[in-house]
Design a protein around this ligand. Structure first.
Ligand SMILES: [Zn+2]
Length: 414
């Protein structure tokens, strides 16, 4: 294999991102150690030292697994590319499949399956050892295995036609160099369709959804929806307790097909007015059109990325520099999707910065339509029940966190 200058750029980007991630983890670990024996001032009355220390241990345990994951996934990436594994797999299928589109489809699917197989031990460790140790795991081996099978079937049912269509367009001589615009259109259409069908067709494959039953709460919520002018497919309760005792609430779907979903584990232990405040926060995201902004920016990002791929696919140095000797549409796609995260790593903090700004806006919306104190007490409970740390490192948080820290959010609400 002939490596080139691009190989060095790639290695340099990997090295920088790995060192940055490990350094941030190290800082986070240190921040937790420093605050270990004292509950932060604002939480002295609501969080016990015992809960605070459990959150500290939990965060540290997650960081340790993450250390291994960062190093392990980097080694795997290097084996796929510079190590020649992907090149070998490409030749393996070339000898067996003659149609370039089918060859590409099978190649991409086999890489996806091998990658998820490699990830399996981490997933098992996380659910059955780490989460179990802190009392959060509710998943049985049976649920874990059925989830895997369902994901496999879904990937084949949805992924196979999509990959085939993309490779078909890439190999279509009639559209020539502008294939990436067509591929972008197909991908965007696919994303929108997925968002549309997700709440009613995909999510129920994994969980049960029931309309919210509690009557006094129902009244409160209907009132709030009326006050804020929100039209939706309904408010649902999901059996999150099937897998984990972590609680959450989210907003899903688009157009009239949108839903607000509460985990059953979140509703347990919350007062009606606290749930109303959480809902008001979610409605704040809707009111400020955050979902729409996210979709539009992801479409712009994918258009720019595909245009870049349209350029790279014609450059031999791109393939040779990453360990592929025989340039093709399918190897370009895989190389690109494997290496893009290494480079886009550097824009993660920007996307999280915008996300945190959105969280503040949603909090402000909730505070103007419900009592801010209810949101404060529900957030405090959420942090306590999920053992989320109250004292993150500021650099770690700025880089990784899509939500502002509890202290900042509560300070703003006050
Ligand atoms: Zn939010």
């Amino acid at each position: 294999m002939e490596f080139n200058f691009f190989t060095f750029i790639f290695l340099f980007a990997i090295l920088t991102s790995v060192l940055a991630l490990l350094w941030l983890n190290f800082r986070q670990d240190k921040a937790i150690k420093i605050s270990f024996n004292e509950v932060p001032e604002d939480f002295k009355e609501t969080i016990t030292l015992e809960d605070h220390q459990k959150a500290g241990h939990y965060t540290q345990a997650k960081l340790l697994v993450n250390h291994f994951e960062i190093i392990f996934s980097t080694i795997v990436l290097l084996i796929w590319t510079l190590g020649g594994a992907m090149n070998w797999l490409d030749f393996f299928w070339q000898e067996r499949i003659s149609s370039p589109i089918w060859l590409g489809t099978v190649f991409i699917l086999s890489i996806m399956f091998i990658a998820s197989f490699i990830d399996l031990p981490f997933s098992i460790y996380r659910n059955f050892i780490l989460e179990e140790r802190f009392g959060f795991n509710r998943m049985t081996i049976k649920t874990f295995a059925t989830d895997l099978i369902k994901e496999l079937v879904l990937t084949l049912a949805l992924g196979l036609p999509l990959i085939y269509a993309i490779l078909y367009l890439m190999n279509l001589s009639a559209i020539g160099d502008y294939w990436w615009i067509y591929v972008w259109a197909i991908l965007s259409l696919f994303t929108i369709t997925m968002m549309w069908i997700y709440p009613t067709f995909i999510a129920p494959i994994f969980n049960k959804f029931k309309p919210l039953e509690n009557n006094s709460l129902r009244n409160r919520i209907d009132n709030l929806l009326e006050r804020t002018g929100f039209g939706s497919d309904g408010i649902f309760v999901m059996d999150g307790s099937k897998r984990s005792s972590h609680g959450n609430a989210y907003f899903t779907g688009i157009g009239r097909n949108k839903r607000i979903v509460f985990f059953d584990t979140l509703l347990k232990g919350m007062e009606d007015e606290e749930i109303e405040a959480i809902l008001a926060h979610e409605l704040g995201h809707f009111h400020h059109k955050h979902v729409r902004q996210r979709i539009i920016s992801s479409f712009i990002f994918s258009l720019v990325s595909l245009a870049l791929l349209g350029y790279l696919i014609k450059q031999v140095w791109f393939f040779h520099g990453l360990g592929i000797s025989n340039p093709s549409s399918h190897t370009a796609l895989v190389l690109f999707s494997l290496t893009l995260p290494v480079f886009s790593f550097f824009i993660t903090p920007i996307s999280n910065l915008i996300s945190r700004k959105h969280e503040f806006q949603a909090d402000a919306f909730a505070a103007s339509h419900t009592d801010a104190n209810d949101l404060i007490s529900s957030l405090t409970k959420l942090y306590r029940e999920n053992s989320s740390t109250l004292s993150p490192d500021k650099y770690y948080s700025a880089f990784h966190d899509s939500h502002p820290s509890a202290i900042l959010r509560i300070a703003r609400l006050q």
